[in-house]
Write a protein that binds this ligand. Sequence first.
Ligand SMILES: NC(=O)c1ccc[n+]([C@@H]2O[C@H](COP(=O)([O-])OP(=O)(O)OC[C@H]3O[C@@H](n4cnc5c(N)ncnc54)[C@H](OP(=O)(O)O)[C@@H]3O)[C@@H](O)[C@H]2O)c1
Length: 326
Amino acid sequence: MQYRSFGKLGWQVSSIGVGTWALGSNWGPQDDQESVAALNKALDLGSNFIDTARAYGNGRSERIVAQALKSRQRDKVYVASKIPPQLPGDWPPGPYDSIEDRFPAKHVQAELEASLRDLQTDCIDLMQVHTWSRAWNSNPSVFELMARFRQQGKIRAVGVSTPEHDQYAVLDLMRDGLVDSVQVIYNIFDQDAAMQMFPLAEQLGIAIIVRVPFDESSLTGKLTLATQFPEGDIRGNYFAGDRLARTVARVDSLQHLIGTRAPNMAHAALQFALQPTAVSTVIPGIRSVRQAELNCAVSDQPPMSADLAADLRQRYWRRPFWYAGK
Ligand SMILES: NC(=O)c1ccc[n+]([C@@H]2O[C@H](COP(=O)([O-])OP(=O)(O)OC[C@H]3O[C@@H](n4cnc5c(N)ncnc54)[C@H](OP(=O)(O)O)[C@@H]3O)[C@@H](O)[C@H]2O)c1
């Protein structure tokens, strides 16, 4: 496993970390024992960065992380969790949402305490604000609370996770010195973070955590026109309508482009996400021991060739309505 610096914090984190959304909720049935085994395998293989959140099954994912860490030296693993906006309400936040309604102090305090309890710790390495709105940049009050939690020794560092539809909404937080890390989507299809986020993060010494490196699994090459997702699997929405067919066609074309230049599609997807020097860790979601093995193995492989990287940089995909996703 290779390690990289995490912003200015002096942490050395594994280039392949662990995403745990599917271990908590929204991805259909998931066996807790398999989840704990998958986490243990990733840790045995040198992964030392785990991303979780209150919202992943109302603490279920955090409790599974705690279970996996039970017999381990806690200070050898960096655990990142997230405080969700108060519900009910849109996610990501709507244009008229106020920060007082979505991140009121009482809610934020209660969520932090719940995270500490479910993770069975008295200090969380990194606490992230789970989503953000540009409307709050002039009054980012939740970060005052986060600074207080840090002073109280309840968290060691502060981060933010970008809203999917407007990742650049967090730029002011970076410039204003309010965050140690930013969690972003960056993969072969969605490359927007390369425009300004990565250079700014490097300039300011802010760690970048790359999420969704597989585009919610399409970039593993496993989806086909016949794929059906189980009840409760978020991918039923994400790939709804003609999106599955359009995605599969794109991935097929990528497979041809990659050919023998990478061992397989999933490998290429992770290598692509690891490319930018601003990236501290890539956190593919894992659901099984096998996926932990496959994903961790990529860290020690030689980087992708410059040729292939250049070809893949041309394959970004603007999916919103205006471009008709074609
Ligand atoms: N707003 C936010 O802050 C936010 C949003 C999304 C994600 N995240 C974080 O980022 C992490 C990663 O994103 P993600 O889990 O949504 O999506 P992802 O990493 O793009 O895809 C993960 C899924 O791909 C499949 N997979 C993993 N490794 C594989 C392999 N080697 N071969 C074939 N299939 C494989 C698994 O699903 P199957 O086995 O079921 O196919 C897994 O759940 C999350 O777990 C979470 O920690 C944060």
